[in-house]
Structure formats: structure tokens, C-alpha cells
Design a protein. Sequence first.
Length: 356
Amino acid sequence: MKYVGSIGEQVRAAAVHSSSRSRVRGGVALAALLFAGASLAACDVPLTELSKDRGAMRVTIDPSHIEASAALGALSSQSNLDMQPAEYRITGTGPSGASFTESSSGGESDITDIRIGEWRVEVSAFNAAEQEIGYGSATVEVKSGELAPVHITVRPLSGTGSLSLLVTWPQEELADPELTAALADAQGRSEKLGFEMPEPGKAEFWSDEIEAGYYTLTLQLIDGDQVLAGAVDAVRVVKGGRTRGEFSFDDLNHPTGEIDISVVSEMDDPLEVSITQAPSAIAYRSSVTAQAEVANAGGSEIAYRWYLNAESAGTGPTLDIGENLSPGTYRLDVVAVTADGRRSGSATHQLTVEQP
């Protein structure tokens, strides 16, 4: 039986069809038809001549892993690439070579009057410049006269991106400078970075073969056997994108390295990390407890790693510091990583230990 026109027309057709049968059987058939019609009406599917081999699906797009966060925490520099999804392109491949293509601005999309059977649905996210910035897919079984729900999460594209780093320092203050650097992924696997020194007081690194993901970057400027400056920060690399960082250690007794990261793709919002309860100066031989906080953890379990002038100082949400420090200025960093390694962030605090 075909679905024709409105619910009322379906009911009338059912009543005529069942008049030659017993009252009990006719009542059951009519009730079943009423239920099916009401279900389709509740789903807002147009009842336009759907035959027994046709159905519909409702595609719901979850953009939570791709839409950029308004506040990026430690990743302070916005990308010059527009990462706001402007369009989602939905394609489906079904039985006997059947297919469809639709576009959406997000949310829900109803695909009607399609063949019953298994469908593979793919969603690609594009920005206003029509650059692909995310992808997701799922399979769904379409049944006769029913609206099949399919939920698709759009996630970051996998692949490689580039990372470029520039570190500068006052060469005249160093006798034998050496720069050490390492990039550790979310699983703790660390790789040393080989810097080139094109001129005194300047070091550069560049690679376009970095796998997309979050990393912890560790830098130390060494003269002889003394660490004169250091910094740790969370870095993100995305497919086809460029991440750039610059450190300028102008005062080696007061390391002020600051990373400037340009992220081409902004997905899986970075953790917004802050350090609280840590003063800018403390008395010699005194101690304070610094505390790390994440504003957008969203219920995720967070692991914390602390560094003092790029030397590992401890783990956990708090750190006691100061009692064993000599007078001088120190850079305190904390890196926060979710348990699944998909998100990371960092914060920095400058601390001075006063002369006795």
C-alpha cells in the first residue's frame, strides 16, 4: 500500500480496505496504520507517495570536536585560516548504487524518498573559503516507511602539518650556547628537535612531517653545564596547517620566553589552564603552593606536569615551591593533558626569590 497525501487520507483508505474483513481484524489493521502514520507525522517526513521499497533518514551533525573555542588559553594566536564551519556536505551511498548529496549549515537534515537497505553516510565540513576542515561518517539501515536516525560526529582530519620554531638570545652574554628541544606526544613519546643556528644568538627549526595532534614542547638554553633559560608549552599541529612559535630570551637572568603559536586548524578545544595562589615574589627560604586549574575540562580526567626553568618539578594539580630555591627569577610552567590525550593546554608564571 502506498502512503498518499495526509494522515486523514491514509485512514480513509485503510477503512475502505478493511471493510470486507471482520471487525476485529479491521480494527487492528486500522490501529496499526494510525500508529505508523502518526509516527511519520511526528518525524516531519513528507508523506509523498512513499512505496514499500522507500524510506528516509535524519542526519544529525555533532560539530563539538571541530568548532573553534572563543578562548584558546595558552594557544593565544588565532589562525589566519577561517576555521568556522560554513557548510557541511552530506553524501550517501546505498543499495544498488543509489546515492544522494545534500548540504547543510549544521543540526539535523532529513533525507527522504530513498531506497531501503544499508547506507554509508559521510559528512565533510568546509569553511567559507571551501577548505575542508573536518570529516565524519556512519552507516545506517533504512527501513520501509520509517525515518532512520544517524548521528555523525565531525572530527579533525588526520595527517601531517608543519611546525616552525624560532629562538633568540643575546649572544654576547654566552660563551658556549647550546639549545636543546624535545616534542612529546600525548602518549609521552618524545622526539628531539634538531635546530639550525644560521647566526649567533638565533636558532631555527622547521618540519612539515609532524603528525596532527597535541604535543608538549620543551626548550632549554644552556651555556656550559648551566641552564640559563627554559620554557615548556602545549603545541598543536593540524593536517595541512602551520604552527609557528617564537621564543625570545632577552634577559637570561629573567627568562621571558613566550611562544606565539599560529594554528591553522582549531578543533578539540585546547584546555584553558591557569596557575593560581602563586605570588610574583617570595622571601628567601620561604615556600608557596601553586595550584593549576582548567576552566573547560568538561568532566575529563586531567593530568598535570610542572616544570621550573624547563626542569621537571612534579605532577598533580598543586606544587610546593620556593624553600630550596636560590635568589633569582624563575619560570614556572604547568602542562595539562586529558586522559585520552586528545586535548592539552599550558600556563606560565614568573616567580622571583628575593635576596635574604
